[in-house]
Write a protein that binds this ligand. Sequence first.
Ligand SMILES: *Cc1c(COP(=O)(O)O)cnc(C)c1O
Length: 394
Amino acid sequence: MDPMRPAPDTLLIHGDRDLRDDSSLAPPILPSVTHSAADAVEFAEMASTPRHPRFYTRYGNPTHERAARLITGLEGAEAGLMTASGMGAISAVALGLLKAGDLAVGQTSHYMGTTKLFTEMLPRFGVRTRLVDQTDTAGLLAAIGEGARLVMVETPVNPTMAVTDLAAVAQAARAAGAISVADNTFASPINQRPLAHGIDLVVHSATKYLGGHHDLIAGAVAGPTALVEKIWDSAIVLGATLGAFDAWLLLRGLRTLPLRVARANDNAMAAARFLEAHPAVEAVHYPGLESHPQHALARRQMSGFGGVLAVRIRGGYEPAARFVAALRLFTNAVSLGGVESLAVHAAAMWAGTLDDAQMRAAGVEPNLVRLACGIEAPDDLIADLRQALDATSA
Ligand SMILES: *Cc1c(COP(=O)(O)O)cnc(C)c1O
C-alpha cells in the first residue's frame, strides 16, 4: 500500500486517524452542541470558519468532520458536508445554488423527494425546471444547452435501473456553465465515482449503503470546497443537521462499506441471473445483466452494479403481491443498502386507488418488485426467491 494514496478499504479504516481527540481507537460520541473558546480571538475564528467542527453543531461537529473525511476520500472530492438525510443534502444543494429565473434540469425518473423538489417546490420559488428521460442522452444534453444553471442526475435509478451517461452530462454541463450534481446513493462510491467522470458534486442518502444497517438517517454532499461552502451557508439556515449519535453510527458503518457492497453486488448479480432464467419471471432490470439495454454504458462508468434489482412477475399485480408475501429472507419494507435484504411491490402503494392500466400510465408496472440485496449468503437468498416463485405460480 502507498500510505499517501490508500485503497478505499484502507482509507475507510485510517483516513480519519489524524482527527482523533485522544488515544482511543474507537471514536467517542460527542453530543455537546457547543464548544468553549480560549479567548476572543479564538471565538471570532470559530464563528467565521465554514464547517468549523467545534463551534455549534448546526455549523459542524467533530463526528461530522470524520464521516465527511471518509466520504470525500472515497469520492475523490476536496470537501464534504454532512446533513440529517439524503433529502437534506439534495434540498441544500438546490436551495443553496439556485435562484429565481434559473433553469434546473433533472430526470423524469428520480427519487420521489427529488421529483417533488423539481416539480412542486423549486417552481414555487421561480426556478424553471425541465425533466428529461435519462436514457435519452441527446435530449438531456439539449436541455442543458438551453442555459441550465444546475443539472441533477441519478444513476442507476429506481425502479427501472435505467442508467445516465455521467461523462456526457458532465461535459455538456461544463460547456453550458452549469453545475452538475449526481445522486450516487444506489451505486455507492465503491461501484461508481461520478467526480472521476467530470461531475461537480455528489450527493448521498447515507441512510442506505454508507450507513448500511437500516438504523440511521443521514446525507452527504461532496465536491469542490467553494461549492460545498456555498451549500453549507444555506444548509445552516435550512437546519437539516445530522445528530451526533447518527453521525457516530454512520462512521461505524462506513468502516465495512467495501465488504458489504462487494457482497451485495454478488448477491444481486446471482439473483438477477437466477430470476432471468425462471419461467415465472417476465423481465429482470439490472445493469449488470447483458440484457440491460444500457449494459455497455453501465460497464463504462461502474466497477460493480450494486445490490438493487427489479423483477417483473408474470401474471400482473396479484402474482407479484403473492411473491412478496411468500418471501422469507427478503423483508417487505422500503429502503435499501442495509445488511438485511428487502423487497417492495412498487404498485402496492397505489393499490386501491389505481387499476393496472392507471398504474402503467403513472410509470409503475403493476407486476414490478424491487429487490434490495443485503449481505446474507447468496445460496440462501436464491433458495428464498425460488420457494417464493413456486408459491406464486402454485
Ligand atoms: C433514499 C434516497 C434518497 C433520500 O434519502 P433520505 O436519507 O431518506 O432522505 C435520495 N436519493 C435516493 C436515490 C435514495 O434512495
